[in-house]
Design a protein. Sequence first.
Length: 272
Amino acid sequence: MTLAYDWAGRVGDTWADEWRRTDLSFANLSPHLNAAILDVAPETGTAVDIGCGAGGTAIALAAARPALRVIGIDLSRNLVETARGRGAAYPNLRFEVGDASELGGITADLLFSRHGVMFFADPVAAFTRLRHGATSDAHFVFSCFRDVTLNPWAIETGSAVTGAALQKPGTSPGPFAFADADHVRAILQASGWTGDAQPVDYSYRAGEGEHAVDEALAFFSRIGPAAAQLRELDSAAREAGRERLRGVLAARLRNDIVDFPASAWIWSCRPA
Ligand SMILES: C[S@@+](CC[C@H](N)C(=O)[O-])C[C@H]1O[C@@H](n2cnc3c(N)ncnc32)[C@H](O)[C@@H]1O
């Protein structure tokens, strides 16, 4: 788990408040990821969503595979509560609070994650635990962001507030920690997995509707690189930073939609 991101505390609480907007931001990626998961999902057995957040991906799988036991695990109590509320209609679905890399003692036939695997302090140790908790013919499907330069949503919003270029993230825990496919391949190899990655370019939806720019501004003021910078400023500087951010968002407005280019990997892995 990552302390820097404090998923069990403030960051998780913010994601729980903002789950509709975070789901919207993934809306054009999820069909690709859900299709990759369904491609390998068994009809029965147990599937675990690693870092399930508010549960959107687990709910989609539970709906498509009613005889499969689907379990979502997340560090954030508030996100798990949100997921439980959203998923209450599915008897084959449950959500648990905990470190997903420990799998709660479950043996999994399928592991999957939408952007929930890049925050482990020790990814090799975490992926090794996941390997030990998976059957020998399990599948592991997950998405993660590609290089930040392929993700203008982060570059443009991250440099809007102060005007300084966003520093290129490295491989420490964070949204871009798995951007380098060779780095991920090395983690997989060291932890007993083998896998291939497909690049997916998609539109990152920051806001939509009559007030799309306000929606996007509300979102990026709480989540993402601009939000982190805004938190550091005094109130006058914060207001000026928000106005610059608004300008960047307004420049992306088309037909009541604020979309940015974005790019992710979808990894499909098996035990080595
Ligand atoms: C970027 S969010 C993605 C959430 C969700 N998968 C989605 O698509 O909306 C990353 C999630 O991973 C969770 N997470 C990070 N490290 C974790 C760990 N060690 N065990 C369980 N959840 C973890 C966070 O709490 C957060 O909900």
